[in-house]
Design a protein around this ligand. Structure first.
Ligand SMILES: Cc1cc2nc3c(=O)[nH]c(=O)nc-3n(C[C@H](O)[C@H](O)[C@H](O)COP(=O)(O)OP(=O)(O)OC[C@H]3O[C@@H](n4cnc5c(N)ncnc54)[C@H](O)[C@@H]3O)c2cc1C
Length: 445
């Protein structure tokens, strides 16, 4: 999430994850006021989380959340429960056991104190609407913001249903892939199609989430796996995922789900059906969000008056997980907005940034060795792995993880991280000005 300074939010800025077709005939779920204290652009995970925190602050400041989508969001979010979810009543399932399956064996993990929880976006939105009733925070849907501009000491927010003047504006339009990758940085696209499947006979094990099954792994190419979220013996989300450096993904994810369902559970086509579908592309990148501004990517953060310019990336670079991060950050964002102080960026610890940078290079350069790395990671004790994935790991935890992974490919990735740092240093500002970025469409150089 970022504070917006001045931006044209036309169709080109719509993120893959939050695309909406055409604006609704009018605002859905509320009335568009002409003046508010705070406008939040985007009512997804971060926007709704921040809205609830602002309402909990019981301030009399008026808040308007503008969501482009009129209808429901088919997405689901999962994460290890760290107590940060401001809307826990929206959860629909939880698991305390998970597994990673590879051709060299299966690793299982458990952490009863931090179960893996499922939140469906539609349930969260409904729960947030109940929480906001009677407060000074209003959520309107079907109202995409097309432009935000500095207007005197406030902001003019343009929508198809009229303009709104706001004292502060938050950009909660969600993470999206940068159009180009600066020298010495890595961008992997995490692409996926998930299908909610219902079966005629009980086949799923609702006690265990399959975080990754590398049955679809391409030995010579991209990282590929299937994710299974079983909510009952006859219902599960089955998701085909790839990590690829290419911005186009020709892989047929629906066919992969079909193959997997037949192979793993022996289901014939007439024994199962698809009830719902979600798809998306999550950026996995060590490009700092703040560096995605200006000429490098106007979509992430607009150019303009630098006043209050704060940019926050919500997804973890090495995993694409963003739900718990954005929940944690929303508490901070709301507290600063209510206090009228500058919203701080979400910045990972230096050690986490470094480990993520090495891991990203490993995934990009050695995709064929990824299944074994994940098998080894998830063979470690569950609470340790969950601390690492939830950005709560100690130095000793991190060392234990590093020592468990394959030595040679990670050493190569470490060296690559170092040479990339040198390449970036060569590109650094000359005479006080930042050198022009040298973008490349493909980032394996
Ligand atoms: C399909 C999918 C599944 C995911 N699953 C997980 C998961 O299981 N666990 C996890 O940790 N992370 C998951 N992620 C990563 C995910 O991006 C983050 O967890 C989280 O959604 C980020 O929150 P956000 O509020 O920043 O963005 P979003 O939740 O994407 O919210 C952005 C919102 O802004 C709206 N919007 C965009 N442009 C405009 C505009 N101009 N005007 C008004 N509204 C606008 C969009 O419609 C959208 O609702 C998933 C991502 C996708 C795409």
């Amino acid at each position: 999430m970022s504070t917006v300074v001045a931006a044209d939010l036309g169709p080109a800025v719509l993120p893959g994850a939050g695309a909406f077709d055409a604006p609704a005939p009018g605002p859905v779920g509320g009335v568009l006021p002409s003046v508010v204290d705070i406008a939040v652009v985007g009512g997804g995970c971060s926007g709704l989380g921040t809205a609830v925190r602002l309402a909990d602050g019981r301030s009399d400041r008026s808040v308007l959340v503008l969501e482009g989508r009129a209808g429901d969001d088919a997405r689901s979010w999962c994460s290890w429960d760290d107590g940060s979810d401001p809307v826990p009543e929206a959860r629909s399932a939880s698991w305390s056991r998970w597994e990673v399956r590879t051709d060299r064996g299966t690793s299982t993990g458990t952490d009863p104190a931090h179960p893996y929880v499922l939140v469906r976006a539609a349930d969260r939105r409904a729960a947030v609407e109940r929480r906001l009733a009677g407060t000074s925070v209003v959520l309107v849907r079907g109202t995409p913001v097309s432009r935000v501009a500095v207007d005197g000491d406030a902001f003019a927010v343009a929508t198809p249903h009229g303009g709104v003047r706001a004292g502060s504006v938050l950009d909660a339009r969600g993470p999206r892939c940068p159009a180009t990758t600066p020298t010495g940085r890595v961008l992997l696209h995490q692409r996926f199609v998930g299908q909610w499947i219902a079966t005629d006979r009980p086949v799923f094990d609702p006690t265990t989430v399959t975080l990754m099954d590398f049955a679809e792994q391409d030995q010579a190419g991209a990282v590929r796996f299937v994710y299974v979220l079983p909510v009952s013996a006859t219902r599960a989300l089955v998701e085909s995922t790839t990590f690829t450096a290419d911005d186009a993904d020709a892989f047929d994810h629906r066919a992969a789900v079909d193959r997997y369902v037949r192979r793993r559970w022996g289901l014939s086509p007439d024994e199962w059906r698809v009830e719902d579908e979600e798809d998306g592309c999550i950026p996995m990148t060590d490009v700092p969000p703040v560096a995605l501004t200006g000429a490098e990517d106007r979509r992430w953060h607009p150019v303009g008056d630098a006043r209050d310019a704060t940019v926050v990336g919500t997804t973890r670079p090495s995993s694409g997980y963003g739900f718990a991060r954005s929940n944690r950050h929303s508490a901070d964002v709301a507290a600063h907005l209510l206090a009228g102080t500058a919203v701080p960026a979400l910045v990972d610890r230096r050690r986490t940034r470094f480990l993520d940078a090495v891991f990203l290079r490993f995934l990009r350069d050695r995709p064929e060795e990824a299944p074994e790395a994940f098998r080894r990671l998830f063979a470690l004790p569950g609470p340790l792995v969950v601390r690492f994935l939830s950005e709560r790991s100690s130095l000793a935890d991190d060392l234990r993880i590093v020592l468990a992974l394959q030595k040679r490919p990670f050493l190569r990735a470490l060296l690559r991280t170092g040479t990339d740092a040198v390449r970036r240093a060569r590109d650094r500002p000359v005479g006080g000005r930042r050198a022009e970025p040298r973008p490349s469409r493909r980032n394996r150089s």
